[in-house]
Design a protein around this ligand. Structure first.
Ligand code: GAR
Length: 208
């Protein structure tokens, strides 16, 4: 029966890489629980920051976590080697960067080619690339005076925020917005919606 086959299909093992609050991780966890993500399962959360609240979110959801600290690894190469080791040990098929504030190098990207996605809080190609992360993106959008911003989920390649776009969603900028207010609106109206959807699309394509 086709339905049976669909239910028995192998799920992609997903790792979520985080650095901070982890609201996008929470959206992914909630989406797996509600069935929006059905072709993959979050197996591991990896943080490059021991104090990330995202680690508590993982623990509360019963998801294994690891911490890999760039400074403790000595070099960028050793940091990436450690990340690869941790991810391969957990048999990870795809990686979601959800507020992961470290740029990954060619070795890591090549190891997981077309299996790494990232959420960015603007409509790429605006306000993206090196130096544009977190609140800085919203500060730049407000100082430019754009009336529409949004979020983008894209594949990760060697160009920061330069990989193929998977999903985007626009969000209005309102008079009087502060970077914090705009960040919250972009998260609520765009990031937390398109990141789980994109994760499902990629997981489904991996599991065939
Ligand atoms: C999110 O807005 C995410 O789009 C952004 O950091 C925030 C993390 O929040 N990522 C970048 O700017 C990457 N260039 P979260 O930890 O609550 O998910």
């Amino acid at each position: 029966m086709a339905g049976m086959e669909a239910n028995n299909k192998r799920k992609a093992n997903i790792a979520v890489l985080v650095s901070g609050g982890g609201t996008n991780l929470q959206a992914l966890i909630d989406a797996e629980h509600s069935g929006i993500i059905k072709s993959g399962s979050i197996k591991l959360v990896v943080s490059n920051n021991r104090n990330a609240y995202a680690l508590e979110r993982a623990a509360k959801a019963g998801i294994a976590s690891e911490t890999v600290i760039r400074k403790e690894c000595g070099s960028a190469e050793a940091f990436e080697d450690k990340l690869i080791e941790v991810l391969d040990a957990a048999d990870i098929d795809m990686i979601v960067l959800a507020g992961f504030m470290s740029i990954l190098g060619p070795k890591f990207i090549d190891h997981f080619r077309d299996r790494i996605i990232n959420v960015h809080p603007s409509l790429i190609p605006s306000f993206c690339g090196q130096g544009f992360y977190g609140l800085k993106v919203h500060e730049a959008a407000l100082s430019y005076g754009v009336k529409v911003t949004g979020a983008t989920v894209h594949f990760v390649n060697e160009i920061p925020d330069g990989g193929k776009i998977i999903l985007q969603k626009a969000v209005d900028v309102m008079d009087g917005d502060t970077p914090e207010v705009l960040q919250k609106r972009v998260m609520e109206q765009a990031e937390w919606i398109i990141l789980p959807k994109a994760a499902e699309l990629v997981a489904a394509s991996i599991t065939g």
